[in-house]
Design a protein around this ligand. Structure first.
Ligand code: ZN
Length: 391
């Protein structure tokens, strides 16, 4: 194994952070695990967790297969301790945005996040070029609200298998609600991705949770021999299992409460980042008045910081029976027949995007589409668009 770079600062320091926190290449070929920490510059915990794991791996030079690469997402914003400077670096990865950035050779017009994105694209291109096996991504975040860590993933079978390795709540469908996330971009490039919310921004426990996530990710990807890191893996599973407590294992996002500055949105205090609520409960207030829970369900990622356009997400628990049914249906590839249902047709050339006329299709619920990994992305009058990540 060669350790090509490494963070040098003590873990409490921030000033010494560079784009590449560390890169380790095993003598044996194997998968690649890319970790991105701090794509939101106010989320430092992931960088500390990645450096802890790098320094532990450095003591076991022959125990790494393939490559482990840890990157900082928004480097300049991280140095300032701000979420971003001109725009959210985790909303700029749609096909169109990336193509537009690459077509603009004039770097003089770049805003700070354009420059960050160019640098990251260079790192991803190089890592994918070096890869001799499957490429995994763990995108590490923290939240403004306190609460249990959880995993987010686009619902493809390979990503499901990765996400379910962590003994944390796994949230399906959040990625589809927001455009241009990094994990969605790398999924399109053939990687197996998850994003992880590790806990509250400045809670030292968030570093411990994200470190635990990295050990389990290294083991699942096949970068480390589990027997060589038995103590780390056992501790990681125990810690995350205890953090989950009584929260459900699988949740799905049903809708996003989008906000604009003029809405004067204020979340009611006291919600954690995954929280059970009762129908009728007061969730937030805005310029139009009170926002109450339409029924029993879950509030996901309530907004308690100034910057952001997601007030909260609304979700519900998914039982094990539905998960098994879904896995079976998808293994049989029965989604091929969805466009033959009355009121359903493919949208243009996109095989993973369907348009549903809800006046015709009202006899079968949206759940049918959820089972196949489709999520609602928008509704224009009677026409509902559902989309899923390509398998
Ligand atoms: Zn974040």
């Amino acid at each position: 194994m060669t350790q090509l770079a490494s963070g040098t600062g003590r873990e409490t320091e921030g000033a010494t952070v560079s784009r590449e926190l560390g890169r380790m290449q095993g003598a044996l070929a194997g998968p690649t695990l890319v970790v991105v920490a701090g794509i939101h510059g106010n989320e430092r915990a992931g960088t500390v967790a990645a450096r802890r794991v790098l320094s532990r791996l450095a003591r076991e030079p022959d125990a790494v297969r393939g490559e482990f690469l840890a990157l900082v997402g928004n480097l300049a914003a991280l140095r300032m301790g701000r979420r971003y400077q001109s725009k959210d670096l985790n909303r700029v990865w749609s096909e169109a945005s990336v193509a537009a950035l690459q077509a603009r050779s004039e770097h003089g017009t770049d805003d700070p996040e354009d420059a960050e994105q160019r640098a990251l694209l260079g790192c991803f291109d190089a890592a994918l070029g070096r890869a001799r096996g499957e490429v995994f991504l763990a995108d590490l975040h923290t939240t403004s609200a306190a609460g249990t860590p959880f995993v987010l993933f686009g619902d493809t079978p390979r990503q499901r298998a990765f996400a379910f390795r962590f003994p944390l709540p796994a949230v399906i469908g959040l990625e589809e609600q927001v455009d241009g996330t990094l994990s969605e971009y790398l999924t399109r490039r053939g990687c197996i991705t998850v994003a992880v919310e590790g806990g509250q921004h400045d809670d030292p426990g968030s570093v411990d949770s994200l470190e635990a996530v990295l050990w389990i990710a290294l083991s699942h990807a096949g970068n480390i021999e589990p027997a060589r890191f038995e103590a780390e893996l056992e501790a990681a599973n125990a810690l995350l299992g205890s953090r989950r407590g009584s929260l459900p294992r699988v949740l799905e996002v049903v809708e996003r409460h989008a906000i604009r500055a003029e809405d004067a949105f204020r979340m009611e205090p006291g919600f954690s980042n995954l929280d059970r609520v009762r129908g009728g409960q007061l969730l937030a207030r805005d310029a139009r008045g009170e926002i109450r829970a339409p029924r029993d369900g879950m509030v996901i990622l309530p907004l308690y910081q100034g910057q952001g356009s997601d007030g909260f997400f609304w979700g519900r628990e998914v039982g094990p029976l539905r998960m098994r049914a879904s896995a079976t249906l998808r293994a049989l590839r029965l989604e091929r027949f969805l466009p033959y249902l009355p009121g359903v047709k493919r949208e243009g050339a996109h095989p993973d995007r369907l348009r549903v006329d809800v006046r015709v299709a009202r006899y079968y619920p949206l759940d049918v589409f959820h089972l196949f990994g489709y999520r609602r992305i928008r509704q224009d009058g009677a026409v509902l668009t559902v989309v899923r990540q390509p398998a």
